[in-house]
Design a protein around this ligand. Structure first.
Ligand SMILES: C[S@@+](CC[C@H](N)C(=O)[O-])C[C@H]1O[C@@H](n2cnc3c(N)ncnc32)[C@H](O)[C@@H]1O
Length: 223
């Protein structure tokens, strides 16, 4: 690995994450990156039992949430549509190193196409029952799908480090991307995040947090 690449961190559940130099924060939980992905995002949005989930993620990072979702849908034979935004793609070596045991063929296909230094604006892959689209642009100025997502993973670094993706205005735009019955999940339980979700018309529920966090949030769109 080149010396400037972010250091890999092995977390207590055996999964790996890395430190982002830009934000001075780990991409996933140091207390268990895969555990957080499953508890907060996959189960928090009911994606683990949805017959045909359509997931919108901000941001794709190292793909830990994607792989947790993929492992679940592939094991139960459910199709998966996954659309993510990522404006600062990590080097492919980091993605490869963080995910050393990936069985589903879409992962090597993604690594093959992953070219953060090229001009690619997006990648779309269709492999077996999985469609993965990654937009390499700032989600703040992107056109989001409307009433589409059964699940929204709001995972854009913490509100203190990256406040732009947690503002009431942006959260209101995210709410419109949820299909009726769709659920947004985030590891943050901060009061201002809760209020922004409520102001966007979502019904907010507190849940027990993943290891290292007391609580996390789920927010449901009804109409
Ligand atoms: C906490 S990490 C995400 C970890 C990821 N979900 C995973 O499973 O590995 C946050 C990611 O959001 C991206 N991000 C932050 N703000 C963004 C924005 N405005 N537009 C697009 N991506 C953004 C960062 O570059 C970073 O990769």
């Amino acid at each position: 690995m080149p010396p400037d690449d972010p250091p890999i961190i092995t977390t207590p559940d055996g999964s790996r994450t890395a430190l982002s130099a830009r934000y001075g924060e780990a991409y996933g939980s140091r207390h268990g990156a895969a555990t957080q992905a499953r508890h907060v995002f996959l189960e928090g949005t009911g994606t683990d039992t949805h017959p045909a989930p359509r997931v919108l993620e901000i941001g794709f990072g190292l793909g830990v949430n994607f792989r947790a979702t993929l492992a679940n849908t592939a094991a139960r034979g459910a199709p998966l549509e996954y659309v993510a935004w990522e404006f600062d793609p990590a080097p492919v070596e980091i993605l490869r190193e963080v995910a050393d045991q990936e069985a589903h063929p879409i992962w090597p296909a993604l690594l093959e196409r992953w070219a953060p230094d090229a001009e690619a604006e997006s990648i779309q892959l269709d492999v077996q029952d999985v469609r993965l689209t990654i937009h390499f642009e700032d989600v703040l100025t992107a056109t989001l799908p409307r009433a589409w997502a059964t699940a929204l993973y709001l995972d854009g670094f913490s509100p203190t480090r990256n406040p732009e993706v947690w503002t009431p205005d942006f959260v209101a735009r995210l709410a419109l991307a949820l299909a009726p019955g769709g659920m947004l999940a985030t590891y943050s339980a901060a009061g201002h995040v809760r209020r922004a979700l409520q102001a966007a018309g979502l019904r907010v529920e507190r849940r027990p947090g993943a290891p290292g966090k007391r609580e996390c949030l789920r927010a449901v769109r009804f109409a």
